[in-house]
Design a protein around this ligand. Structure first.
Ligand SMILES: [Zn+2]
Length: 498
């Protein structure tokens, strides 16, 4: 076995040059290349070949070859399916002196390769479950032996610059692009330094639970079309974002893709050449690094809160401000005020539906009058898994489907599809996701309802009558065109949201 491929190639190149230099003349004549070669001075040609070979021999290997990366897995891993990840982790952890750094790097690398959003290390009585969240669903990878849970936790704390001995208290930090110090050096080697991670430790009954959120790896953010937004919805979005002032709110549970939509929105604002505007964001955390936008990350531990950050941004002459989330009265008050005084505010609020966002803001203390003057639209969002195109098959209606879709009888020409499971979707029948939107534009009648203290239901009712397409309606259409299944709709949109 050759331990160092570079040395091998240098030796090979040197031997080859030796042969050429000694037998150059005879090779020339035997190949019939006399005419071509005599046009160049002999020694220059050989020196050229020698130089080229030495340069070639110095080019690092292991970028593509699976076998080289297996020999030195820390240099670069190969993407593997979850079954193989389990096998490899089990082999590594079963060794007499397991290489903890290698296990950590490998599990993180494989998670990124599998488009995982979060990596979970869940302590149990018998070991530590390694699980990946892929397309919103938890996938069990393997169980790591109990003896390694401490060393793995320590290793992750070291690269996140956290305190190792603090096991009885929750801690959180970052590593990768957003980290600093030792973590950068360590990650450079495994190639993970390009990505960005947020990590949280929490003491539980059987040890520390660790969750790593993988933030955008610097990939291009999506535009509205890639998000699955219909043309009509895109037109509304562009119109909303062209407004010089006001407030656009996104709402939906965690993991419903709100940040992705916000980044798509900011990118759309940036592309509006007719209105060149200064854009600033206040995020927790910064998920994508966007060129040309002033992004700041709040740090509540250091008292850099949303409301303080927002006031600071307002002193820097912004046109468009993205506030990651409004969750306290002070931020709500400053944001609404800014939206009334010549700034376009894009933000998110935790609420079940678009209409419920009004009640949420009134609840945290925004006056109905201010809300009415600032708010231009509320957009509710959900992510639906798409049927895998590799194994998509038509299927009949069941009683269950009718319940999931709130239908009495199957409509005519309404076909159902499902994925039967294949290699592409790892047997799940789903591959990729699409977003659903419900856009509630704040019109005069809605302002009147808000001023009169109407309920979220009444606001919703009015918006629907005025032509707003509800999340559920959009989801049924997605089933109708064979994009997703009734079960998936029922999973994502609860009964009381219909
Ligand atoms: Zn499939």
């Amino acid at each position: 076995m050759i331990r160092n491929p570079k040395l091998f190639y240098v030796a090979l190149a040197t031997a080859f040059i030796g042969v050429i230099v000694r037998h150059g003349a005879s090779i020339e004549s035997s190949l019939g290349m006399q005419d071509v070669i005599t046009s160049l001075p002999g020694p220059t040609l050989w020196l050229g070949i020698a130089g080229a070979l030495i340069v070639l021999s110095l080019i690092p290997l292991g970028r593509t070859g699976r076998s080289t990366s297996r020999q030195d897995p820390r240099r670069l891993f190969v993407k593997e399916d979850i079954q193989q990840v389990a096998t490899y982790v089990n082999t590594m952890t079963a060794q007499e002196e397991p290489d903890v750094k290698l296990i950590v790097d490998y599990t993180i690398f494989q998670a990124i390769a599998a488009d995982t959003s979060d990596i979970h290390f869940d302590p149990m009585r018998s070991g530590m479950a390694l699980r990946y969240r892929i397309e919103g669903m938890m996938k069990d990878v393997t169980v790591i032996p109990l003896a390694l849970s401490g060393p793995i936790a320590n290793r992750l704390k070291v690269i996140s610059n956290l305190v190792i001995y603090k096991e009885a208290l929750p801690q959180d930090g970052r590593f990768g692009k957003g980290g600093s110090g030792q973590s950068m050096v360590e990650l450079e080697r495994s190639g993970l330094a390009k990505a960005d991670f947020r990590i949280a430790f929490m003491p539980t009954l059987h040890g520390e639970r660790i969750v790593i959120r993988i933030l955008g790896g610097g990939d291009d953010y999506m535009d509205f079309t890639e998000l699955g937004m219909a043309d009509q919805e895109q037109r509304i979005m562009h119109r909303l974002l062209e407004q010089p002032q006001g407030m656009v709110i996104l709402t939906g549970p965690t993991g419903s893709g709100k940040s992705t939509t916000i980044y798509a929105g900011l990118s759309a604002v940036q592309k509006q050449t007719h209105a060149v505007r200064s854009i600033a964001t206040l995020e927790d955390p910064i998920e994508f690094d966007m060129e040309g936008i002033n992004q700041s990350q709040v740090d509540e531990g250091r008292d850099f809160t949303f409301d303080k950050g927002l006031r600071a941004i307002l002193r820097q002459d912004p046109d468009v401000i993205m506030v990651g989330e409004i969750r306290d009265p002070e931020t709500a008050r400053v944001a609404v005020q800014a939206g009334m005084t010549g700034h376009l505010i894009i933000t998110t609020v935790h609420a079940g539906s678009s209409a419920a966002a009004f009640s949420r803001l009134l609840e945290i203390g925004v006056a109905p009058y201010s809300l009415n003057s600032a708010l231009t639209a509320v957009i509710a969002q959900r992510l639906l898994r798409k049927i895998c195109t590799g194994c998509k098959k038509e299927r009949g209606f069941t009683e269950h489907d009718l319940r999931d879709l709130d239908m009495a009888t199957p409509p005519r020409d309404f076909k159902l599809f499902h994925g039967t499971g294949c290699e592409i979707c790892s047997g799940s029948g789903y591959h990729g996701r699409t977003a659903l939107f419900e856009i509630l534009e704040v019109t005069e009648p809605i302002r009147k309802l808000v001023a009169d203290g109407a309920s979220a239901d009444a606001i919703e009712q009015h918006a629907r009558e005025a032509g707003m397409r509800s999340l559920f309606r959009t989801a049924i259409d997605a089933v109708g065109v064979g994009l997703t299944t009734p079960e998936e709709v029922a999973r994502v949109i609860s009964k009381d949201e219909r």
